[in-house]
Design a binder for this molecule. Structure first.
Ligand SMILES: CC(C)(COP(=O)(O)OP(=O)(O)OC[C@H]1O[C@@H](n2cnc3c(N)ncnc32)[C@H](O)[C@@H]1OP(=O)(O)O)[C@@H](O)C(=O)NCCC(=O)NCCS
Length: 159
């Protein structure tokens, strides 16, 4: 992260945009560098077709984080979140979740659900810090290089 990027982050000088077609390639590239079994670009395209609650965060013109989420009845489902390497551990992921919570509340949603790989210790401690609680486990939910691994199901009640 450059000095200017750090100042922008600290000043919360960031832009939030609804996830849309022009973001597709950049989001896909971030995903490819963040996820051991990345989503295919077609999966992101499908998200665009259904117009979800998804958004990106930009520092000037560069996307530095994204959040893919949908609403199902009174539930928000967080499907994917990523902060680009070099910007992690500076509170940006927390900000993404705060934005999502704000949006979910506007829609009157009551809870956020997510699944996370059991081996993704960083993400699990991130969600726990944000008060998400472990509410279940899905056996063999994710593919990995060889075989499969389980997902923890976590939730955050919105008051
Ligand atoms: C998970 C992720 C979004 C967190 O974003 P971030 O901007 O780094 O998170 P924050 O800086 O807001 O961290 C908030 C808290 O999360 C936890 N955390 C963050 N990074 C951590 C790390 N490397 N190790 C342990 N805990 C960590 C800490 O509790 C931290 O609080 P603290 O700063 O007071 O210690 C980011 O690591 C990421 O993009 N990972 C790759 C994609 C991914 O795994 N997505 C989740 C899929 S379910």
């Amino acid at each position: 992260m450059s000095k200017k990027e750090k100042q922008n982050l600290q000043a919360n000088n960031l832009i939030i945009e609804n996830f849309s077609e022009p973001h597709l390639n950049e989001v896909f590239s971030i995903e490819s560098n963040s996820n051991p079994t990345p989503w295919k670009i077609d999966t992101f395209k499908q998200v665009l077709e259904v117009r979800t609650m998804s958004f990106v965060i930009k520092d000037e013109s560069k996307i530095i984080a994204f959040c893919i989420a949908s609403k199902v009845l009174e539930e928000c489902h967080l499907q994917n979140i990523s902060v680009i390497e070099g910007f992690r551990n500076h509170g940006l992921g927390t900000y993404v979740i705060e934005v999502l919570i704000g949006r979910a509340k506007i829609f009157g949603l009551k809870v956020i659900f997510l699944e996370v790989r059991e081996s993704n210790k960083v993400a699990i401690s991130f969600y726990k810090k944000l008060n998400f609680k472990e509410v279940g486990r899905r056996e063999g939910y994710y593919k990995k290089d060889s075989g499969r691994e389980s997902a923890l199901l976590m939730s955050l009640a919105l008051s």
